[in-house]
Design a protein around this ligand. Structure first.
Ligand code: ADP
Length: 163
């Protein structure tokens, strides 16, 4: 039983993330999409909201689940009896940070391998940040996120606009 952990902010999940999740689900017995509770960023969605959106967007992938974690990723991977960590690589600009993180995680725990997956080329420009910016400006994000995420964005930004 091979379990892989896909960690990130997922604020919110995009079709790029989903593409990586689908690829990982074909290769591993179990994929845990792990929402990081900590991290320096000011998120739009709470960890529970992000986890719920991932769950509602992956109902057809029976070997995919979502969870929230905090603290060191390598410790979480061990707790989950994970065999590897998946990260997505969109472009060369992701590489330096991801390379540093992967080697640091290896330093912290030799047993945790990091695997990189590339999304479909048409998703290689997609980021949660860009999706939030487009949605904030009233643009149509339906090509970039699932219907569940689109509705959640509309709800959040509608609420924010009402304040
Ligand atoms: P973080 O805040 O840790 O960068 P994200 O939620 O933005 O987390 O992304 C989690 C992982 O998914 C990272 O490895 C990131 O490079 C990858 N990722 C983000 N967007 C895409 C995309 N469009 N295609 C493929 N991978 C992606």
């Amino acid at each position: 039983m091979k379990t892989v952990i896909y960690p990130g902010s997922f604020d919110p999940l995009t079709n790029g993330h989903l593409d990586v999740i689908q690829r990982a689900a074909r290769l591993f017995d179990k994929v845990v999409v792990a929402v990081a509770r900590n991290g320096g960023k000011q998120p739009l969605f709470s960890p529970v909201e992000r986890k719920t959106l991932i769950e509602h967007s992956t109902t057809e992938l029976t070997n995919v689940s979502s969870d929230i974690f905090e603290g060191l990723l390598v410790e979480y991977v061990e707790q989950q009896s994970g065999h590897a960590v998946i990260r997505g690589l969109r472009a060369l600009s992701d590489f330096e940070y991801e390379f540093q993180m992967a080697l640091m995680n290896r330093k912290l725990n030799e047993k945790v391998e990091t695997l990189f997956m590339m999304p479909r080329a048409s998703y290689s420009f997609l980021s949660s940040q860009l999706v939030k910016e487009i949605a904030t400006l009233g643009g149509d994000v339906s090509a970039f996120v699932t219907p569940e995420v689109r509705e959640a964005l509309a709800g959040k930004l509608g609420q924010a606009g009402a304040n």
